[in-house]
Design a protein around this ligand. Structure first.
Ligand code: HEC
Length: 242
């Protein structure tokens, strides 16, 4: 019995040693370290440069109109993709997320960031911008302009075009007449009666928001914000941090 146990222990030990040796051999196999030196190639680099003209998957970007908004050096004036209802809906959503903080939801240029002191952009409804080809808007989003940062990293190419389509719709909406509405839809205009609230495009809008008291304990961190004296002590209850 004792002898058997000893034999089993020795066997186990041998197995373990063999396994360890095995791993060691794999570890020590001849192989290159990344970007190391090699005497095999004339340029002494073991990492081989990609064949000339190699294009990374998904990066072909052959359609310059779609990816740059330009054809040669000229800005395109026709959308390089079909403008559908779905594209416009997407554009409205993306515009309200990425552009409205500065340009406001109507494009007048009174977004909250501007009310807090950022340089005011021109209204998207001035003649110069109404007359710009669509490629200009794509180019401004892609490369920025003056004080406006570029949004190439945040907004994928097709979303940029969706935003451009929505900017065009905004421009149309601000200059539209009843005659532009198809006769069968004119009834909806009466149903959408104004509620008496100033629209962001109206001149009262910025002052109204500037003078509005800001309640809540967070107001202290906003320069120039005042706590409403009528607000309950401690302001609105803050949510516990998550
Ligand atoms: C951080 C604030 C900010 C955001 C966000 C922003 N813009 Fe601007 N935008 C500006 C400012 C400021 C200017 C004026 C730049 C200048 O002339 O220096 C401007 C200018 C423009 C112009 C006018 C270009 C011209 O020819 O004068 C367009 C068009 C425009 N922005 C579109 C957009 C769109 C579309 C978005 C959303 C993707 C966007 N902007 C997001 C601040 C912003």
């Amino acid at each position: 019995m004792r002898v058997e146990r000893k034999a089993a222990a020795v066997g186990l030990l041998l197995c373990a040693a063999a396994a360890a040796a095995c791993r060691q051999e794999m570890y020590n196999q001849p192989r290159y370290k990344p970007l190391g030196r090699s005497d095999f190639f004339a340029d002494n680099r073991q990492a081989r440069p990609p064949v000339e003209g190699t294009v990374a998957r998904g990066m072909l970007r052959a359609d310059s109109r779609l990816y740059t908004g330009k054809e040669g050096n000229a800005l395109v004036s026709v959308f390089p993709l079909p403008v559908t209802r779905a594209l416009l809906d997407r554009g409205r959503q993306r515009y309200n997320i990425y552009c409205a903080p500065c340009h406001d939801r109507t494009g007048a240029g009174n977004g909250m960031v501007v009310q807090r002191g950022y340089r005011q952009p021109p209204s998207l409804h001035i003649d110069r911008l109404r007359e710009q080809p669509v490629g200009h808007f794509f180019d401004v989003i892609t490369n920025g302009l003056g004080a406006m940062p570029d949004y190439a990293a945040q907004i994928p190419v097709e979303d940029r075009w969706a935003i451009v389509a929505y900017v065009r719709a905004l421009q149309l909406s601000q200059g539209a007449r009843v005659g532009d509405v198809p006769p069968e839809s004119r009834g909806e205009l009466d149903r959408a009666k104004p509620t008496g609230e100033p629209s962001p495009a109206s001149p009262e809008y910025p002052t109204l928001y500037k003078s509005a008291p800001i309640r809540g304990s967070g107001a202290g961190s906003v320069p120039g914000a005042q706590l409403d004296p009528g607000a309950p002590a401690g302001g609105v209850k803050a949510k516990p941090p998550k």
